[in-house]
Design a protein around this ligand. Sequence first.
Ligand SMILES: C[S@@+](CC[C@H](N)C(=O)[O-])C[C@H]1O[C@@H](n2cnc3c(N)ncnc32)[C@H](O)[C@@H]1O
Length: 474
Amino acid sequence: MTDFDGASEQFLAWLQRSGAILSDKIELRDLRDCHAGRGVVATQDIEVDELLFRIPRSSVLSVENSILSKEIPKATFEYLGPWLSLILVMLYEYKNGPSSNWAPYFNVLPTRFNTLMFWEEDELDQLQASAVRNKIGKEEADETFTTQLVPVIEEFAEIIFSGDELAKDRAKEMRSPENLEFMHKMGSLIMAYAFDIEPAESKKEADEEGYVSEEEDEALPKGMVPMADMLNADADRNNARLFYEEDSLSMKAIKPIKAGEEVFNDYGALPRSDLLRRYGYITDNYAQYDVVEIPLELISAALQEENPGRYKKRMEYLEEQDLVETGYDIAAGEPFDIQECISPELIMLVQALLMTDADFESMSRSGKLPKPKRMAARDAEFLQRVVRARAEQYGTTLEEDLGTSNAPAPESDCFSKGYRYAMARAVRIGEKKILKAAEEVLGKLVQELGGSNGAGKRKISNGSSGPGKKLRAK
Ligand SMILES: C[S@@+](CC[C@H](N)C(=O)[O-])C[C@H]1O[C@@H](n2cnc3c(N)ncnc32)[C@H](O)[C@@H]1O
């Protein structure tokens, strides 16, 4: 038996000793051949609502369940917030080695990551102008670790490194690059593996219609749920979901699953750039969720050329109206539909910035905003120019990318440079395809409306009356 299979077996035995129930219709399988680590696969047909496994709440690796929460004041965890608190607890439990309650669980968690946080500069360069490069946040995380987490470790060194005569020195060493790297690894594990743990009894206050505000959802403590996090994900083939019960968490089938099929969780409809940033992998079927971000700076730069004075005054009004963001998404669409794919906020921004002074005065006096469905030729032409300028920010054209393949051999190591280059290439090609489709469709619209000199304004309709597809939050 390999170390890999041995670790899986010990993990499953530990889970069962901890009171977990595992259906005999599933198994934890080695999917490294498919670059997917471990995954859960059905060994027999499973029906909707069938229990796949039940994990006692006490097995969840969380602040609440770690003995650290009894030793360190609650206020300290509150100060750290859910993310850093769980990093602290994981760091403590991991450093405890075999004496940690979760040692067999740590043995099946990865120690190498493909998330963008761990890519070399030349690998990141392959993403070219993708906005995801600005979202990695490595420097910000380093800063948070050194200014918030390490001081707490130093303050409670005797507890965190209990039994170690050099506890204080060990705490100081947490500022070293190796230890910061270790914190990044724990952070990445949380990002790709942790769940927001709903309490046994919901303390959240729902509004009259039964909805809970997002802020309250965000405040849920994070926890690592053994076995639930062994499920890989697929937004389209999602067939299982975790249910929060009083004493346990239950993974149940939400669709019939045939013997031999993989059991999939759902990480959401993420663009491949975000899939890579948060989970370190991409799959082709997520191309449908790709987006390209149009930075506000690009719009500003194009407008400054035209009429800088007018631009400043209008931006003040649009800021008051909450229309000003750092960037706006254009999403993939098959076929590409302006209303469905281009963020309505981007269209409204451009309309408001380009309309005549008289129209702007009358609109702002009544505190209104333009209607994104009524784009004028000048708006479409301006947007087309911005889209073209965005495409030029990438180091190569779509045609050049498509003409050269850097696909790695299927057997190649997924941590290799070649593999990462290929994933980055797929991400940037996805973004360039969106830009190309947007440019073409906007060009057609300009023609239909009779060019930017024409006062032509047309209702752009896709037959739906809604505000267009909800573009994903960044
Ligand atoms: C919650 S874990 C799932 C279990 C994981 N495969 C393991 O062996 O530990 C999430 C990680 O699994 C991998 N993963 C998830 N879904 C995948 C998929 N559809 N294809 C390839 N890898 C996937 C990614 O590395 C991701 O960061």
